[in-house]
Design a protein around this ligand. Structure first.
Ligand code: NAD
Length: 331
């Protein structure tokens, strides 16, 4: 299978590319390598991909009008996995235009590139944030998602709607996957697990929004990638009208306080805790009902939080501290 992966140098995109290559697919990756977080991390992820013979890469900003023709010329592809985006809830208050640029304009350019291809399947990386402050948990894909509480969430919901319109008008097959707080080796420096690890190892305080009472459905990246590849292999059926949406969470939320305690065990160090207020744009709980993805595409999250954190910590120490650890896992 020939697969286009956007955001290939990003956290999830990198793992997706690796798994696709491992199973023998041909991958064309694109990324702008922007500096939302340290681009060195993106380049280092990429360095692990470019030495593989079935991988090609284009340094491409999807917001440029010419991106559509660049993708068309590189194709055709059997499937597109669209993961390039401006991520992060809190940063959308600081830099709103980077969200409309990458998540709306960039996505239109990808949709346009997919438009003319027969039987094309587009997998879109959406987010649990589309649920806002949902009162009914675990949350099912069918609940109302018209009340986003951050611009990030609004652009992700807009992406789902844009993709739906391409399914309806042009026969594009679309699977939207709502990811729930993905973590693991090569993870994002702006996310809690990464920041907490950095703070603990440098004896700096860990900031606990709302006193660490927020609950998150932390999902290990290998599980998310298993779900993405399962979706790739099972395009929407006729009954889906060419469009479907699934939660890819773990289905077992924990509080941030519980997460921190587990991380202290993995690092064998105590954190200095600093309580900070609840931030607007955040939601108090994310908790996925994953039955639809389990039943329809065979999604099977299997990595416990303790195991996943251990794998993250081992990678972090190796990558940042060059620590010679007895490695239990390879990342
Ligand atoms: N990690 C999570 O917990 C999580 C949760 C929900 C949804 N998501 C979504 O999953 C996708 C991947 O997330 P991630 O955690 O790997 O983030 P990431 O920031 O590591 O990866 C996104 C990549 O997209 C690239 N990119 C951004 N704008 C671009 C543009 N205009 N043109 C080309 N490339 C561009 C970035 O350089 C980056 O490498 C994103 O769409 C994100 O919104 C992630």
């Amino acid at each position: 299978m020939r697969v286009l992966v956007t955001g290939a140098a990003g956290f999830i995109g990198y793992h997706v590319c690796r798994q696709l290559l491992n199973r023998g697919d041909e991958v064309f990756g694109v990324d702008s390598l922007n500096s939302y977080y340290d681009p060195r991390l993106k380049r280092d992820r990429l360095a692990n991909l470019v030495n593989q013979k079935s991988f090609r890469f284009a340094h491409l900003d999807l917001t440029h009008d010419s991106a559509t023709s660049t993708l068309q010329n590189a194709g055709p592809f059997d499937a597109t996995i669209h993961l390039a985006a401006q991520a992060g809830v809190r940063y959308s208050q600081e830099a709103p235009r980077s969200y409309t640029a990458s998540n709306i304009v960039g996505f239109i350019n990808v949709l346009e590139a997919s438009r003319g291809i027969k039987n094309h399947h587009l997998i879109f990386g959406s987010s649990s944030s589309v649920y806002g402050e949902c009162r009914v948990i675990p949350v099912q894909e069918t609940v109302d998602t018209t009340r986003p509480v951050s611009l990030y969430a609004a652009t992700k919901m807009a992406g789902e709607l844009m993709a739906y319109s391409y399914a309806a008008q042009y026969g594009l097959q679309v699977t939207a996957l709502r990811f729930f707080t993905v973590y693991g080796p090569w993870g994002r420096p702006d996310m809690a697990i990464f920041k907490f690890t950095e703070a603990i190892l440098n004896n700096r305080p860990v900031e606990l929004f709302a006193g660490g009472t927020l609950r998150r459905d932390f999902t290990f990246v290998d599980d998310t990638v298993q779900g993405i590849l399962a979706a790739v292999d099972r395009p929407p059926a006729d009954r889906d009208d060419g469009y479907r949406v699934y939660n890819l969470g773990r289905g077992t939320p924990v509080t941030v306080n519980e997460l921190l305690e587990q991380l202290e065990v993995c690092l064998n160090r105590r954190a200095i805790r600093r309580v900070v207020p609840f931030q607007s744009g955040d939601v108090s709980v994310t908790y996925a009902d994953i039955h639809a993805a389990q039943n329809d595409i065979g999604y099977q999250p299997s990595v416990s939080l303790a195991d996943g954190l251990q794998r993250f910590v081992e990678w972090y120490q190796r990558y940042y501290l060059n620590a010679e650890l007895p490695l239990k896992h390879s990342a």
